[in-house]
Design a protein around this ligand. Structure first.
Ligand SMILES: *Cc1c(COP(=O)(O)O)cnc(C)c1O
Length: 234
């Protein structure tokens, strides 16, 4: 089977899972956007995916994402979903269309600066990444504490060049994802009550997209189920 045929078959299977999950949740399948996570896979796969109708792709490492965004000519929307260093944030804003992993105040100014330097009329869509781990998980956990989300969202909303578009999270490995996504839905609702435009709820990956859709995900980030297993973790 050609790479294109393999990707097409995997994409069809993922769309079927999304449709089934939407049906089970009584939701419109058109309300869930698939973001295909292409990390560790080449720009040629992004081109094939675009030819198969994929419009949103996600990357988690700055160097790799920047190189791929420069190589790919198909008009796709680039989501940056990885952990972000403040000294790289302005550079990420120079090619990303959505930054899903804004988890601390220090990132706000460089993201805004990077976006303004790009000279686009619209602001950069930013999601607040929310930690669904208990605080005891320690400093390695990614994401803002749920109690700090409104504060961070306010900083984003006030920054020139940035728009607060919603929340993103990854379910903890050692918990039922349904319980974690139920907590995320509460955080998302609280954010929307202050920022009605912040409608994005990015949750769910290859292993747990059904649970995320049951709890209101508007975006699912799917890597392995479309592209196959990655050789390295991450
Ligand atoms: C890699 C990654 C995904 C995709 O995970 P899969 O299990 O390959 O579907 C989603 N979100 C984030 C933040 C990731 O780093």
């Amino acid at each position: 089977m050609s790479r294109r045929d393999a990707l097409a078959a995997n994409l069809a299977a993922v769309h079927a899972r999304i449709d089934d999950a939407c049906a089970a949740a009584g939701r419109d399948p058109g309300a869930v956007q698939l973001v295909v996570v292409t990390k560790h896979f080449p720009a040629s796969d992004v081109e094939l995916l675009a030819g198969l109708g994929v419009t949103h792709v996600g990357e988690n490492r700055h160097q790799e994402a920047m190189a791929k965004a420069a190589q790919v000519t198909a008009p796709v929307t680039w989501h940056f979903i990885g952990s972000l260093q403040s000294n790289k944030a302005a550079a990420v804003a120079s090619y990303a269309d959505v930054v899903e992993s804004v988890d601390r105040a220090k990132l706000v100014a460089p993201l805004g600066r990077g976006r303004l330097a790009r000279g686009l009329p619209e602001p950069l869509d930013c999601l607040v990444q929310v930690s669904l781990d208990p605080p005891s998980a320690g400093p390695g956990r990614a994401g803002a504490d749920p109690d700090r989300v409104l504060e961070l969202a306010a900083l984003i909303a006030e920054a020139d060049g940035l728009n607060v578009a919603g929340v993103m999270a990854v379910a903890p490995l050692d918990e039922d994802p349904r319980a974690a996504f139920a907590r995320l839905a509460v955080v998302a609702e609280r954010l929307r009550s202050e920022h009605p435009e912040a409608r994005v709820l990015s949750a769910g990956m290859s292993g747990d997209l059904e649970a995320a859709i049951a709890h209101g995900a508007t975006h699912v980030r799917v890597g392995r189920a479309v592209l196959g297993e990655r050789e390295l973790n991450g």
